[in-house]
Design a protein around this ligand. Structure first.
Ligand code: UDP
Ligand code: MG
Length: 316
């Protein structure tokens, strides 16, 4: 029998925990071919989330509920990592505690993995109804820009909600970078992924933890984690200014040959300023690119992941 482990990051979700468990139990009651474990990751909540988790643990069969409580609020990304690192299930899913990620989708996801040959299946929102206009507009802009300037391809409406095989989990855990951007990491590790579409429902209780400011910070860290193109733009901009300076110098020189007017020295100052400014910007961009490469190296990402192979593992 396959075990499906559900990793649930929780930050101040006291009102959701018990409802979440009931809903999951209901979903799995008509999936007799597998069992589930729920791993709650309490991300330093300052309400009664931990008590609620323990209550649910008592209510459930032994071993069904696991929990990790982090020493403070580290953010959802870190909470998800903690859960993945400790996960034991044959298949692992990550979903929110507020039931905005319907647990029913796991059936479709499991079907895709077991019968259609996929390694993982991810949920994709098809409607952003009920979300503030500003949030959905910003989000659309974010995907547009990030897909143009980074090496990875992000799908609009993609969420952190996905079910995956062990080897995908291991690949994600082996991306040991500190500054984590899960959507980008999902895209980076590759593997065969099926998109399962759903319409998000309202949060069952409590409030969203995302402020507009928080979302901006999230988007920014996404850019920094995967983007190097902006630095290229800086270099081109610097070079462009250098060319403008040279062009202007030639123009002034030719003009000076034909005119007999007084020399003010004004043009030479502009030319020198433009030229030096352009050179400095170009060099800054180049230094930036070196730093970006160092940053990528420091992350120490694996060079590749294996999907399948018939070469036995080397023994020491
Ligand atoms: N969350 C977390 N740590 C945080 C913020 C959020 O573990 O610092 C969890 C939260 O408890 C929820 C999930 O991440 O289970 C998604 O958060 P939320 O519902 O607030 O985001 P939204 O659905 O509004 O994007
Ligand atoms: Mg939510």
């Amino acid at each position: 029998m396959k075990t499906i482990e559900l990793i649930v990051p929780c930050y101040n979700e006291e009102k959701c925990i018990s409802k979440f468990y009931d809903r999951v139990r209901e979903v799995f009651s008509d999936m007799p071919e597998c069992t589930f474990i729920i791993t709650f990751v309490d991300d330093g909540s300052n309400d009664n989330t931990m008590d609620e988790i323990k209550k649910v643990e008592k209510r459930a069969d032994a071993g069904k509920i696991q929990y990790i409580s982090l020493s403070r609020n580290f953010g959802k990304e870190s909470a998800m990592y903690a859960g993945l690192e400790k996960s034991v299930g044959d298949y692992v899913a990550i979903l929110d505690a507020d039931l905005q990620h319907p647990p029913e989708l796991i059936k479709d996801m499991l079907d895709a993995i077991e019968n259609e040959g996929y390694d993982c299946a991810s949920a994709r929102r098809v409607s952003r109804k009920g979300e503030p206009l500003i949030k959905s507009t910003l989000s659309r802009a974010f995907y547009h820009v990030i897909n143009h300037i980074t090496v990875i391809d992000l799908v609009p409406g993609s969420t952190d909600y996905r079910l995956m095989k062990r080897k995908v989990v291991e690949a994600i855990v082996s991306m040991a970078e500190r500054e984590r951007f899960t959507k980008g990491i999902y895209a980076w590790v590759g593997f065969k992924n099926k998109w399962v579409e759903y319409t998000p429902s309202k949060r069952i209780a409590g409030n969203t933890k995302w402020s507009i400011r928080g979302l901006f910070r999230y988007a920014y860290s996404g850019f920094l984690a995967f983007a190097t193109t902006p630095l290229r733009i800086v270099i081109y901009f610097g070079m462009f200014i250098v060319f403008v300076a040279i062009g202007y110098a030639i123009y002034t020189f030719l003009g000076a040959l034909h005119s007999t007017g007084e020399r003010t020295g004004y043009a030479s100052i502009i030319i020198i300023m433009l030229f030096l400014g352009g050179v400095i910007i170009t060099i800054l961009g180049m230094i930036g690119e070196y730093m970006a490469r160092i940053y990528m190296e420091v992350k120490n990402r694996p060079i590749y992941f294996e999907r399948e192979s018939n070469i036995p593992d080397k023994k020491e």
